[in-house]
Design a protein around this ligand. Structure first.
Ligand code: TYC
Length: 115
């Protein structure tokens, strides 16, 4: 295979040894996994359980059982993970949940933290 018809997305000419000069360029990682962020909800004494279950179904694609399990975990432990996403998706989820909670006059808090 020549350098011109390489279809490997991980291919980088920087990693190749030159057959002409014998110079070995310093190898480097060629792909980076994106940083991932946990979207977290916090417990409070006021937001109804059913509202939290609804949020988990609506914004985090959980089924009723999964949503109930996460909600009860947060209710008991104080904090819980709704999902893990790339930065922009996580940020969007946090904004959606905070806007929805505010619109419904609920104090539910949602935040994100790097994994
Ligand atoms: N603790 C709330 C109640 O007893 C329920 C609740 C659960 C609130 C999870 C927020 O993130 C939360 N009504």
């Amino acid at each position: 295979m020549t350098n011109d018809d390489n279809n490997d997305p991980n291919f980088s000419p920087d990693r190749e040894e030159s057959p002409d000069t014998g110079v070995l360029l310093k190898s480097r990682p060629r792909t980076q996994k994106p940083a991932m962020y946990k979207v977290i909800i916090l417990n409070d004494d006021y937001t109804p359980m059913e509202f939290v279950v609804h949020v988990l179904e609506k914004f985090f694609n959980k089924n009723r059982q999964e949503a109930t399990d996460i909600m009860m975990h947060v209710h008991r432990k104080g904090v819980g993970i709704c999902g893990i996403y790339t930065y922009e998706i996580a940020e969007t989820k946090v904004t959606q949940v905070m806007d929805f909670a505010r619109a419904n006059e609920q104090p539910l808090q949602c935040t994100m933290e790097k994994e």
